[in-house]
Design a binder for this molecule. Sequence first.
Ligand code: HEM
Length: 495
Amino acid sequence: MSTLALVAFVLWAAFLFYLPKILNFLRLQRFAKTLPGPTIGELIANVKKGEILNWLKELREKHGPVFRIWFGKDLTVMFTDPEDIKQLLGNNQLLTKSRNYELLEPWLGKGLLTNGGESWHRRRKLLTPGFHFRILSEFKEPMEENCRILVRRLTTRANGESFDIYPYITLFALDAICETAMGIKKHAQLQSDSEYVQAVQSICRVMHKQSFSFWQRLNVFFKHTKPGKEREAALKVLHDETNRVIRLRREQLIQERSESRPEAEQDDVGAKRRLAFLDMLLLTQMEGTAELSDTDIREEVDTFMFEGHDTTSSAIAFALSLLSKNPAVQQRAFEEASELEGREKESMPYLEAVIKETLRIYPSVPFFSRKVLQDLEVGKLTVPKGASISCLIYMLHRDPKNFPDPERFDPERFLLNEKQMHPFAFAAFSAGPRNCIGQKFAMLELKTSLSMLLRNYRFLADEDHQPKPLAELVTKSGNGIKLRILPRDQNGSTA
Ligand code: HEM
């Protein structure tokens, strides 16, 4: 074959390979023109400003409940209407995460959050019993123990002066997930600082910027940039820590089994004990009942360590901030926490309403996205395959039809009106097959910690401080969560 013929053949093959992609891209472009949305220039300017949530709010006000954003060549359609969200979350064909989640893979690999297809299905089935209510009820005690440490650590701050409570909360939440789901005492609260927590903050910041930047998405170049190097350093800390947790727990399990301690495998009435998350993974691997490599286990531990502490830290801290600014709500929550002390596993209606209202205003996961693999009907729209859709929970929760005066903190909404609300007006934990697997764990941790904190302290506002919510994978306050606290005496009064 002559050189010319070879070149012609290669060009023809490349043309045939790329033709469907080009045609689909043109189709996406035609579709995108039918929807309102910002220009790439606006995207770049707002990423630079760093206030993505405020910008998304402006876009919702300007363009209505459905709009589109081009992230480089990736098209995402943003949905904010409860009826559309219902259709999206109820669609069993829409379970594959969007390309954005690939940015998490150097850290979380193919853990439950980022995984898709058959592999996700099998893993979800395997992990679900790890959050069964019988196991959760065993988690309350270690959660309380860690909360007592938090209460003690806060005594030095209980002088009515303003301080940032977020670092205290996040160490508590890290200890809580390690001591429950992982079965390891981490004692993060007893060290003044945690390398792990700092690494999570650093990687979330880097990945958030990466997800909104065209050139930073190109991994080949990204690795050699300053943020790329920051990511590598954080990854080392994070993976070293999860490997350490797995190694430690594996050694303990082998020891327990060699001593054949039956109490470790049986509950109070002698029935086979349900296994917590990490024990279940390790024993599944040891007994060979399902195929699980060391990497598979590490990816799940990375996923649950992150999701299991960053989301709840955000919710606890924002709840305290809102309570500090709303003394009448705080008083009512305090009275319920005193009256129903010890019954956090059961119903605490007012505190539950406070938590939901906090997650409405500051949803820990402000938006999440899926890849459209087949043309998708949503309301009157047909979203073409190749696009992504995003459920913009931050704006769903600000729909004045369901939540009049949406910026006002009013837990009564969830006591009086919940039945009249659209069933998908509130979706902080998502819904459908890919909903939050840790929802009940999170509610138990939130109720246990908030009720104990309320019984021990009165939370007062720092009038000069207003949290600046940022969407760094999980909603965080860019300027911390500043408030003041005073100790309560045995009668619940403060000096
Ligand atoms: C206030 C606390 C929490 C909130 C608001 C929350 C919210 C959510 C949301 C909205 C999703 C769907 C995300 C998506 O589709 O991309 C999700 C998924 C997930 N959450 Fe949570 N979460 C919380 C706490 C937790 C905790 C404590 C754990 C673990 C113990 C956890 C583990 C997970 C996992 C593994 C997934 C992926 C599930 C799957 O795709 O099958 N979350 N969470």
